[in-house]
Design a protein around this ligand. Structure first.
Ligand SMILES: Nc1ncnc2c1ncn2[C@@H]1O[C@H](COP(=O)(O)OP(=O)(O)OP(=O)(O)O)[C@@H](O)[C@H]1O
Ligand SMILES: [Mg+2]
Length: 215
């Protein structure tokens, strides 16, 4: 379980409140949609969950433990994140090395590391891209590489920020099929989306953000 415990957040002292005294629970195995108007704070919520931002007030909990002070790099052992623009999270010269980066930092080497990378590529249908340069791939391919990176670290939570915006029907369907199969494997999916078809068809719960709160 991931939790916000009375979280209030503003980007800077003299800036308006984005999130006000909000408590939220993200349970194991759920497929949760976060929706709300432009600028309502959806991306901010994902950044607070991953540790890229820290609450102004309140706490973030993981399995009941206070992780408010844990950096994003530490939280990456259980939270995977697919950015709205995934090219911004690709740093390595090949897809294979990109996916290996996380488990490598966790201390995996040699055969074990190779196995984790191969398995993650199989699951996300990125094996054929293994030697490609990540930053020139299509957004859909980059998303699957980012998902593979999370799977190679055995992630428990996968957060995706508007992954289907600007994608055609086929790409969207492929991505949603992958999400469904990951949820069936017990991975908790947290999806920021405006797409009400996806919300209706795939999600077990919807969180609507309005006026700095859960509506
Ligand atoms: N780095 C930042 N510094 C200051 N203010 C920010 C920053 N990022 C976002 N904001 C402001 O915080 C509020 C919430 O932004 P956020 O990006 O979380 O909304 P969103 O719901 O993801 O919007 P969208 O649907 O457009 O992606 C907005 O008013 C936005 O202008
Ligand atoms: Mg956003």
């Amino acid at each position: 379980m991931l939790e916000f415990d009375h979280v209030t957040f503003r980007y800077a002292k003299n800036m308006p409140v984005v999130l006000s005294d909000t408590s939220l629970k993200f349970g194991k195995g759920e497929f949760i949609a976060i929706t709300g108007r432009n600028g309502s704070g959806k991306t901010t919520i994902t950044r607070l969950l991953t540790g890229l931002e820290k609450p102004t007030k309140g706490r973030v909990l993981y399995e009941g433990k206070d992780i408010t002070k844990e950096e994003a790099s530490e939280r990456s052992r259980f939270i995977g994140y697919v950015f709205q623009q995934p090219d911004r999270q690709m740093f390595m010269p090949t897809v294979r090395e990109e996916i290996a980066l996380g488990p490598y930092h966790q201390g995996k080497r040699g055969e074990e590391l190779n196995r984790m990378v191969e398995k993650a590529m199989m699951e996300t249908d990125t094996t054929a891209l293994a030697e490609a340069y990540p930053r020139t791939l299509s957004r859909g391919d980059q998303q699957r590489v980012a998902i593979a990176s999370a799977l190679a670290m055995d992630t428990e939570y996968l957060i995706l920020d508007e992954p289907t915006s600007g994608q055609d029907g086929h790409e969207k369907k492929m991505l949603m099929r992958l999400m469904e199969s990951l949820q069936q494997r017990g991975i908790t999916i947290i999806l920021v989306t405006h797409d009400m078809d996806i919300v209706a068809r795939d999600c077990t719960r919807v969180i609507v953000i309005a006026s700095h709160k859960v509506a």
